[in-house]
Design a protein around this ligand. Structure first.
Ligand code: GDP
Ligand code: IMO
Ligand code: MG
Length: 422
C-alpha cells in the first residue's frame, strides 16, 4: 500500500484541515509529518467548529489512528490544551493518538527566542506565529534539540537545564521581550504528564508496518509550499519542508511509497505574515475577499492578506509536489463577483515569465492577469458538479487546462458536507 498526501499549495490556510477531516473516513491512519502549533486547521461539523494545531485532523473520526510524526515539533503546553479541548468535546482519543519519540520538543525558551529574534528584526520581521518553530528546528539541525522520547529519561531535567542555559546566553544578543519564563516552565513540566500518558512510538516502524499490512494512510501537511524552507519565498517562510518530500523524512517512508498527492488551493490567494505576494490586492476587492472569506488567522487571529489566484505560483508548487489531483476550496467566496482575475504570468526585470524569480523578496514582480467571467450566484444546495453554473464549470476547466492537473474536489463552504466531488 502507498501513503497518500494532502498539502497546501499556497501560503497556508488553504483549508487542508477540512479536506483531511472529510477524506479521513476512507483511511485507517492520518499522520502529521512537519510543522507544529504554527498550524491552525479548522474543522466544522455538527454545528460546531474545532481548530487543531498539533493533533492530526483525523481525530474526530472514530477508530482512526492519528500519528504525530518525527518531523513535527511539539509544544507540550499547547498540546495539552488541545487534549483538554478533545476531552471537552467527548472525543475518545487516548488509544488513537500516537506521538513519535523522535519529534522535537518546543521549550518555553524556544518561544522566547522566537519573540526576541522577531523583535530584533524590526520592520524586516518574518511575521512568525511566535510558537517557537524557527528556534526549535534550529536546535534540531544544530544537533542540540530535545526530543519527545527524552522525557522518559532519568536525566531529562539536566538536559533541559543545559539547553535552557544555552538559550539564555543566546538571548543576550537580542532586545529583551516580556515573557514570564518561571510560569511557562511550570506549565511545561506539568504538561509533560499528558504527553507521557500517550503511546510514544517509533513512528517510522509503525508507519512502514502499517503500509505492509495494507493499511490506508493519509499524510497531512501543515503550512503551504510557498512557506517551504527551500522553495518558499525565503526568508519569509517557515522552518520545515512543507512539500511532498517532507513526508519521506517526516515519517520515515521511502519516496516510492508515496501514492496520490492532493494539492489544496483556495480559489483565490491569501497570506498571513510578511513577505512577497504578487497578486495581493490593497483595494476594496481585497477587503471583500477578506470579509466574505472570513480571512483571519486560525492560530493568531491576524487579518490575512488577500488577492487573486496566482497560476504561475500554483504551477510551481504542483511541480515541486508531484500533485496528482487538485482540490479547490472557498469557491463560494467568489460568488459575489461579476468578474474574476487570475495571474497567468509575471513581468519582472523587463521580461515576461511564467516562472518564479530566484528572489521574490527582492525582485518586484508584476502579475499579468486574465479576466474570467464569474457565476455571481449562490451555490447553496448545489451538491453535484453537473448542476453547477456553466461559468463555474468553465473556470474549473480553465484551471485544469493551465495547471495540467485534474480538479477532483470543490469546497463550497467550511462545513464538512460542503464538498463536491468532480
Ligand atoms: P488550513 O490551515 O489549511 O487547515 O486552513 P484554516 O483552517 O487555517 O483556514 C481555512 C478557513 O476557511 C477556515 O476558517 C475554514 O473553516 C474555512 N473554509 C474551508 N473551506 C471552505 C470553503 O470551501 N468555503 C468557505 N467559505 N470557507 C472554508
Ligand atoms: P497552516 O497549517 C499560514 C506563516 C507565519 C509567518 C511564517 C513563519 O494553518 O496552513 P513560523 O511561526 O512558522 O515561524 O512563521 O509562516 N505560517 C503560516 N501561515 N498558515 C500556517 O499554517 C502557517 N504557519 C506558519 O504567518 O509568516
Ligand atoms: Mg491554518
Amino acid at each position: 500500500m502507498k501513503i497518500d498526501v494532502i498539502l497546501g499549495l499556497q501560503w497556508g490556510d488553504e483549508g487542508k484541515g477540512k479536506i483531511v477531516d472529510f477524506l479521513a473516513e476512507q483511511y485507517d491512519i492520518v499522520a502529521r509529518f512537519q510543522g507544529g502549533p504554527n498550524a491552525g486547521h479548522t474543522l466544522k461539523f455538527g454545528g460546531k467548529k474545532y481548530i487543531l494545531h498539533t493533533v492530526p485532523s483525523g481525530i474526530f473520526r472514530e477508530k482512526l489512528i492519528n500519528v504525530i510524526g518525527n518531523g513535527v515539533v511539539l509544544d507540550p503546553i499547547t498540546f495539552e490544551r488541545e487534549i483538554q479541548n478533545l476531552r471537552a468535546a467527548e472525543v475518545a482519543f487516548e488509544d488513537r493518538l500516537l506521538v513519535a519519540k523522535k519529534a522535537h520538543l518546543i521549550l518555553p525558551t524556544h518561544r522566547l527566542l522566537d519573540a526576541a529574534s522577531e523583535a530584533a528584526k524590526g520592520a524586516a520581521k518574518i511575521g512568525s506565529t511566535l510558537k517557537g518553530i524557527g528556534p526549535t528546528y534550529m536546535d534540531k539541525t544544530g544537533r542540540n534539540g530535545l526530543r519527545v522520547g527524552d522525557i522518559l529519561l532519568p536525566n531529562f531535567r539536566d538536559r533541559y537545564e543545559a539547553l535552557k542555559k544555552k538559550h539564555l546566553e543566546m538571548l543576550q544578543i537580542y532586545p529583551s521581550v516580556s515573557f514570564d519564563l518561571v510560569a511557562e516552565e511550570e506549565r511545561f513540566f506539568n504538561s509533560l504528564n499528558t504527553l507521557k500518558a500517550l503511546q510514544l512510538i517509533d513512528s517510522e516502524y509503525f508507519i512502514n508496518k502499517a503500509l505492509d499490512e495494507n493499511k490506508k494512510i493519509l499524510a497531512e501537511g501543515a503550512q503551504g509550499s510557498m512557506l517551504d524552507i527551500d522553495f518558499g519565498t525565503y526568508p519569509f517562510v517557515t522552518s520545515s519542508n512543507t512539500v511532498t518530500a517532507g513526508v519521506c523524512v517526516g515519517l520515515g517512508v521511502a519516496p516510492q511509497r508515496i501514492g496520490e498527492v492532493i494539492g489544496v488551493t483556495k480559489a483565490y490567494c491569501t497570506r498571513v505574515g510578511s513577505g512577497p505576494f504578487p497578486t495581493e490586492l490593497h483595494d476594496s476587492v481585497g477587503d471583500l475577499l477578506r470579509t466574505e472569506g472570513a480571512e483571519f488567522g486560525s492560530t493568531t487571529g491576524r487579518p490575512r492578506r488577500c488577492g487573486w489566484i496566482d497560476l504561475p505560483q500554483l504551477r510551481y508548487t504542483i511541480m515541486l509536489n508531484g500533485v496528482t489531483q487538485l482540490c479547490i476550496t472557498k469557491i463560494d467566496v467568489l460568488n459575489i463577483f461579476q468578474d474574476l482575475h487570475a495571474a497567468v504570468a509575471y513581468r519582472f526585470d523587463d521580461v515576461e515569465s511564467a516562472e518564479l524569480p530566484y528572489d521574490m523578496a527582492e525582485v518586484r514582480v508584476e502579475p499579468i492577469y486574465q479576466k474570467i467571467a464569474g457565476w455571481n450566484i449562490s451555490l447553496d444546495g448545489m451538491t453535484d458538479f453537473e448542476i453547477l453554473p456553466d461559468t463555474l464549470k468553465s473556470y474549473i476547466l480553465f484551471l485544469e487546462g493551465y495547471l495540467k492537473t485534474k480538479v477532483t474536489m470543490i469546497s463550497t463552504g467550511p462545513e464538512r458536507e460542503k464538498l463536491i466531488l468532480c
